[in-house]
Design a protein around this ligand. Sequence first.
Ligand SMILES: Cc1cc2nc3c(=O)[nH]c(=O)nc-3n(C[C@H](O)[C@H](O)[C@H](O)COP(=O)(O)O)c2cc1C
Length: 244
Amino acid sequence: MQRPSRRTIVTLGAIGIMTAGLEAVLGVTRRTRAANHDLFQNEALSLPSPQEESDTSVEKAIANRRSRREYGTQPLTRQELSQLLWSAQGVTDRSTGYRAAPSAGALYPLELYVVVGTPGVENLEQGVYQYQPEEHELRQVKSGNVQSRLRQAALDQEDVEDAAIDIVVSATDERTTQKYGKRGKLRYVPMEAGHVGENIYLQAESLTLSTVTIGAFDNERVRQIVDAPANQRPLYVIPVGTRP
Ligand SMILES: Cc1cc2nc3c(=O)[nH]c(=O)nc-3n(C[C@H](O)[C@H](O)[C@H](O)COP(=O)(O)O)c2cc1C
């Protein structure tokens, strides 16, 4: 076999060094990403216990409920966030695991993501969080303010960016269709999102907050913004904030 020339050896050596360098950089990037992902996956943020008493009767909350599209500059408190999420999907019977909103077959296909932007929530980093009903906790999905992207995905509706937070109600249809088939997807799952939306409206009214349920948005873009898996479909974007 012919011996490689000196030039070939130098060229191959340079390629080898560049490849090793690239691998090292990519390796570090991959490890950093994995570490961040693990950090976010594992980071559980506790919420204050929800209150089951208030000065507002359910009748008053129903009578006064409106879609309110004006927001103040004050952040929400953690107690208010706790209350909103509990009203939407909180576990209200520890012995059965049943939740605040009804669910066909108690299969609970809905997930709640909280987009925390500006003015956001007291002592909570901007980002996307997923509500964990059993633990009444938040798990951070990603950091950074994505409200502007979410607004664009919601046909540029300004409420999405003006409110302190947005609650994205997203469905894993299979949980319900495995028992109820097509009827589950066409009827039961969207009905359940309606129950969640109304509970948030009434809870917001009782807390003197502003909210509106938003159904006009690009499903796929919203799903990607909150990092929901591909088998989920967002059904509602619900901005919530203080009143001006
Ligand atoms: C399924 C559904 C989708 C909605 N989508 C939007 C929306 O995309 N943008 C918006 O500003 N309001 C939206 N709304 C709120 C309605 O406009 C509002 O409920 C209606 O005007 C009646 O007013 P009220 O809620 O104050 O009684 C939606 C309401 C529902 C129930």
